[in-house]
Every structure is written in structure tokens, then in C-alpha cells.
Design a protein around this ligand. Sequence first.
Ligand code: GLV
Ligand code: MN
Ligand code: MN
Length: 435
Amino acid sequence: MEDFSGYPIHESHFSNSFSSLSVDTETLQKQIDELASFSDSPSPSVTRILYTEKDLLSRRYIKNLMEVSGLSVWEDAVGNIFGRWNGYKPELAPVSTGSHTDAIPYSGKYDGVVGVLGAIEAINVLKRSGFKPKRSLDVIMFTSEEPTRFGISCLGSRLLAGSEELAKQLKKTVDGQNVSFFDSAKSAGYVNVEDLSTVFLEKGSYSAFVELHIEQGPILEEEATSIGIVTAIAAPASIKVNFEGNGGHAGAVLMPKRNDAGLAAAELALAVEKHVLESGSIDTVGTVGILELHPGAINSIPSKSHLAIDTRDIDEERRNSVIDKIYQSALSISKRRGVKLSEYKIVNQDPPALCDDLIIKAAESASQELNLTYKKMISRAYHDSLFMARVTPMGMIFIPCYKGYSHKPEEFASIAHIADGVKVLALTLAKLSLS
Ligand code: GLV
Ligand code: MN
Ligand code: MN
């Protein structure tokens, strides 16, 4: 590793020596396990929701690790956390990496976490090797990639990407308990949260962004491939629907007299499945992940129902045509059942994102130099990368996870696979930093 103590370093010189990069797997595994203990559900599940006590503990944990690694740490108005390793050309746009640590209810301990702890470890790996970055390297922990609390996915990265629409929407956003986004952020210590435009990044603020993540699908494990290099991220959308009927007594109101909001929701859920399958493509998916009935009593006809629908595709037009059909079904079900369609709201309808060729090439040559097998693939899950792509060239590195499980407690990635991902990330960052 003496090769790295020199300054500056020529790329060909350093890349030959990087086959011996070493990851501190024991410490990294310990950190993953410690972070998993900040959870509002019992182990092995993890639940960590935006601005709750457990989210704040995880933020403090990450900031501390960044400081221990010698990074200069700051947070923006919504709590996106940044840790910078200054390059020897600080006037150049930095390279960035990172992911999220919030976790949906009853999920696992690797989603997002591998890309935050792994990024800090990638910096440590480079520091131990003696590497000196030319462009500064930033590690980012994004606020609320998951939509759990406010129904908005990738809240922090959407704002970083300059979403005026979201900034406006957040002024009137409340959670399920009617706590406003602003109040929740302020009680978490983000007192300047109303200054949302301060979060926006200028285009060109970064020269590149790379995210390390578990695949959340089975391909890498099935094919015994160490690394996935993402070429594009599928287009996600989510919709909120409310129906209102007359409710009434479950014994006394005869069937022909009912306007059952619960059955309208059930019918719409089945319609979502039908429209998705009708697309004829295996790449079209749709999920009704939330279905709530009011008042929720066995002997009361539901007077209100609420659905949250998630639909995605790698083909944006095809995904949009599914959304149109879902809307037509919601209208016809409401008419036929005599229930009111009291809300039909497309919460987000995002386009897909393409990964940058130069970042793909850097990750490919990093994998080759490290003698790791890799394949190019699409990300069907969304990530903060989808939004970072709006302001900077973007790339993603995947590692295998057990049976492709994710968003459930059985989610698992071996520390050996994580270490491979960290090495590829470190080498990719090094290459991008010198470019
Ligand atoms: C991310 O959590 C996703 O749902 O794709
Ligand atoms: Mn997730
Ligand atoms: Mn994730």
C-alpha cells in the first residue's frame, strides 16, 4: 500500500495496487447490527420512521461515524446528512455516494444501510490505502427514502434535486396522526425546515453520485455473480384513493341497500392486479400495500375506505397507461356501487432514470481489477439515485442478497458480499475522484 502514500497519484499506478484493498468486515458487521437495534419493532425486523426517536438515534450514530472517519459533517434543513473528505483540488465538483437508513415497518437491516455504512467504510478503505482524493468525496445519508410517514418517497433526495412541487406540497403535508411535516421536523431539531429552497442542489454541484445497495431481487445470487452494475432505474408511481359510502348496521341493512366503501376498495385492488397483468409485460408491477376500512368494526358496513397503490415499470408509457386504467376503474366502481370517490390523488409519477456511461465504466473496471464477477442490470426498486440523476451523473452498485428478499425481516446480505461491494465502491469513487 506504500504506493498510495504519494501525491498526486496517477490512475494506472493506483488501480494496479487496489486488488489488495481491505475492508474491516468485523467492524462493519458490528455497525450494521448496532444500527438495527434502533428499531420500533422486535429483532430481526427493523422499523425506523422519519423523525422518530429511533431515526434520530440512527442519525446521531451516522454523524459520529463520519466524524470518527475524519469527515467534515453538516446537515441541511430537512436533515440530509453530509460528510466530506476534502480533495486536493477542492475547487472541483466533488464526487458523492450514500443511501438511507430509514426502514419501512417490519423490514430488514440491510436496505439503505449497506449504502451508508458501506460508503463510510469505503472512505476508510481509501484512507487506509493512502489514497488522496483529487475531487472531494461526500458521503450522504438521505432523509426519508421510504414513504412510510408522509407518503412521499425519497423526500430528501427529491428536494436535493430541486423539486419546487414537493417544497410546496410539504407546506400542507401531515402524517397519519395529523402531525404536520414542519412540526415533526422542528421537534426533531430541524428548526429551519421551512427554508426548503436551501436544500436544493445546483446542477453540477457534484461531478458524480454512486449508490451501493443490496439488489432486492434474486438475480445476482441465482447466477452467483458478485456485483450488479445498474444501467437504469424503473419508473415508480403511487396513488391514494378514498371511497365513501353510507355505512350502517351489518345485520339490519339488506344487501341491495348497501353502498359498501370496503367492497369498492376490494374491487379496485383486484382491478389494479388485472390492469397490471393486462400490460402483458413481466416488468409491469402493481401493489395495494395499504387498505384501510372505517370504522373497522366487524358488525359495521365500512363507510370509508382508503387504498395506497404502488405501480412501476421500466417502460414509463406502459406504466402511465396502467395508471389511467386504474382511474377509470375507480370511477366506474364508485358509480356502480353508489359510493363517492372522495379522493383520487397521484402522489408521484416519476420517470425512469438512466445511469451514466462513465460511472458504469468506472464500476466495471473496478470490478475487473478486483477480480469480481459482475453483470449489468436494471433496478426495479427505486432509490435516492433516481432523483440525484436529475442534478448529477448517477450510477449504482448492487450486491446479492439472500433469495432476493427485501422489505421483510428475512432480508440478508453476507458480510463477504458487502465487503466486495464496498471495495468496488471505494475503487469507483477513487477513479471518479481523479477524473
Ligand atoms: C424502495 O424502498 C422501493 O420501494 O423501491
Ligand atoms: Mn426500501
Ligand atoms: Mn433502499
